[in-house]
Every structure is written in structure tokens, then in C-alpha cells.
Design a binder for this molecule. Structure first.
Ligand SMILES: [Fe+2]
Ligand SMILES: [Fe+2]
Length: 298
């Protein structure tokens, strides 16, 4: 019997509410560019019916917890936040869903502060504000980072910052005897995404993980299935990402998918991969990550 069953989905890029693709504000602002991009390509890629199929599939598997690693919105407008809150509410109660903010959720400066103040807060942390946010859940501890920040046009970079990394190191050290799952939006391993989409301080994050360890790192942003590793003190740490949860099949980016991660009492993780085949959700992979450093109960 798994001790903890976690579903991981990412980058739903919810279809903007009516009127939100109209251009407003300063010409060539970051939002304007993002709206152009939505009209030109993303509205064709991200389909509400695909996302609905993914969510229904996840709920049919009845996980203990759901991790959403960011990019709920596209332009980070207030209307989008309100719509995204409704979507989160449908996904699950805040206690069983953890959201990690993406670059599209804090696209512009005024959004950065406001996003954390809106109704999303209960899904970001148990006791906020501030990151990393720690959520104790049964035998595992979820450590939610915030890598999202407003950037110049054409950049989708992220950054954790020295303070957050320092607090992360202290949390990982304190929780070393538990199954530690780190969540963030941006990619961790070199070469996963293009430089203009990268986490600026990814090397510093990997150094913290190398020194303090973690049992699993989950991220989004890549819009593709990722299975990589980064060195830890006792062996390789799995670093995993999933496709966008709303990506249609047959497009340039991989079709929507999600993973079920079943953490066993021995610390091994059973992984089930599910994907959208153009008509329905099907199993696309099943494997097991062997326990290296993390028996939950000795
Ligand atoms: Fe995204
Ligand atoms: Fe992103």
C-alpha cells in the first residue's frame, strides 16, 4: 500500500475569460505581447476540453494530494486570477492541492505582489506568506518554492533568490529524515529549457540539493515530460516535469499528460504516466524509482 499518492500536473494555461485577449495598456507591453502570442499560437495549443479530461482522470485516481506547478493564467490579469481560483476550487480543497506559481501567473510587476494576495493563497501554503512554504502531509513534506518573477518582454526566466535558497537549505536539513518533495515552476537541470526560459540561479539550487538532499523535485514550465536527475548527498535525486495539462494532441508540443507518484513506506516511488491520445486519457508508462535515502519508517 502506498503511503502517499501524489498527482502532478502543470501549465494548464486556462483559456482567458471573455474579453481578456483584447489589447489594452501600453503598446508592446509584456501583456500585449503575451496576448498576441495567445491569439497566434497558444489558443490553438491549450484546449479546455483536454484540460477537463486530465482533471477528470486525476480525480478518478483519487490521489491524496495534487501538485500544480504553475502557469494557470496567461497574462496574469485579475479576471484570470478569479477564473483560476474557480478552477482550483474545482480541482480540490486547498488542503489537498498545492500550487507553485509560474511566470505567466506574475507576468507584470503589479501582478507579482497581487497574485499572492488574491484568493490563491490557501493553495500556495498552509501558513503564509513567504516561500519556501512547507506543507506537512502524512509521511511526506511538500516544500513549495516560488521561482516566478516579472521579467522583460520575450523572457520567461525565473529566480529563487539567495534568501529563499538559504531558507530551503535549512528546511531540507531540518526535514532530512522525511520524504521531501520540492515543487517549483522553473526547470532545474541544465539544458531542460532554452536560456531565455531558465531559472537564473539553477546552479545554486542544484548546489543546495547536492548538499542537503531531497527525495523528489517536481517542476513545470517545460511543457514536456522530463525525467532527469541532479546529484544529492546519497545518490541521484529524480527531477521530473509533465507536459502542459491542456495541450492538444498532434501539436508541436507533447500532448497533455500527468503523473501519479505513489510513495511507498519503504521510500520507493511507483510512477504511473497518463496522457491524452487525442480522444481519451490512457496509460503511457509505468515504472518504479527505487528508494535510495528515504525509508519513511525504520
Ligand atoms: Fe507554461
Ligand atoms: Fe512557464
Amino acid at each position: 500500500m502506498p503511503a502517499f499518492r501524489l498527482a502532478h500536473l502543470s501549465d494548464p494555461h486556462l483559456v482567458p475569460p471573455e474579453g481578456e485577449t483584447a489589447f489594452g495598456g501600453a503598446w508592446l507591453s509584456k501583456r500585449t505581447l503575451s496576448r498576441l502570442s495567445w491569439r497566434r499560437k497558444r489558443s490553438h495549443v491549450h484546449r479546455p476540453e483536454v484540460l477537463a479530461a486530465v482533471v477528470a482522470d486525476i480525480q478518478a485516481h483519487a490521489p491524496d494530494h495534487i501538485a500544480v506547478t504553475g502557469d494557470l493564467t496567461n497574462f496574469s490579469t485579475e479576471k484570470e486570477w478569479i477564473a483560476a481560483r474557480a478552477w482550483l476550487t474545482g480541482l480540490g480543497p486547498p488542503g489537498t492541492v498545492t500550487l507553485s506559481l509560474g511566470n505567466h501567473d506574475v507576468l507584470v510587476r503589479e501582478a507579482a505582489a497581487a497574485a499572492r494576495m488574491t484568493g490563491w493563497a490557501p493553495w500556495l501554503h498552509d501558513a503564509g506568506p513567504g516561500f519556501p512554504a512547507v506543507r506537512d502531509r502524512q509521511d511526506v513534506v511538500l516544500i513549495n518554492l516560488c521561482s516566478a518573477l516579472p521579467t522583460r518582454p520575450f523572457s520567461a526566466e525565473g529566480e529563487l533568490g539567495a534568501d529563499q535558497l538559504e531558507r530551503l537549505a535549512a528546511i531540507l536539513r531540518r526535514e532530512h529524515a522525511r520524504f521531501r518533495i520540492v515543487l517549483l515552476h522553473h526547470a532545474v537541470v541544465e539544458g531542460t529549457v532554452k536560456p531565455r526560459k531558465a531559472l537564473r540561479d539553477r546552479a545554486a539550487l542544484r548546489e543546495v540539493l547536492r548538499a542537503e538532499g531531497a527525495e523528489l523535485v517536481l517542476h513545470g514550465h517545460a511543457h514536456a515530460p522530463v525525467f532527469a536527475t541532479t546529484p544529492g548527498p546519497k545518490g541521484a535525486i529524480p527531477v521530473m516535469a509533465v507536459p502542459s495539462a491542456s495541450a492538444r494532441a498532434g501539436g508541436r508540443t507533447p500532448a497533455a499528460g500527468w503523473r501519479l507518484l505513489e510513495v511507498g513506506e519503504d521510500g520507493a516511488v511507483g510512477v504511473v504516466e497518463r496522457g491524452f491520445d487525442g480522444a481519451a486519457m490512457v496509460e503511457t508508462g509505468r515504472y518504479r524509482l527505487l528508494a535510495q535515502t528515504f525509508p519513511l519508517r525504520s
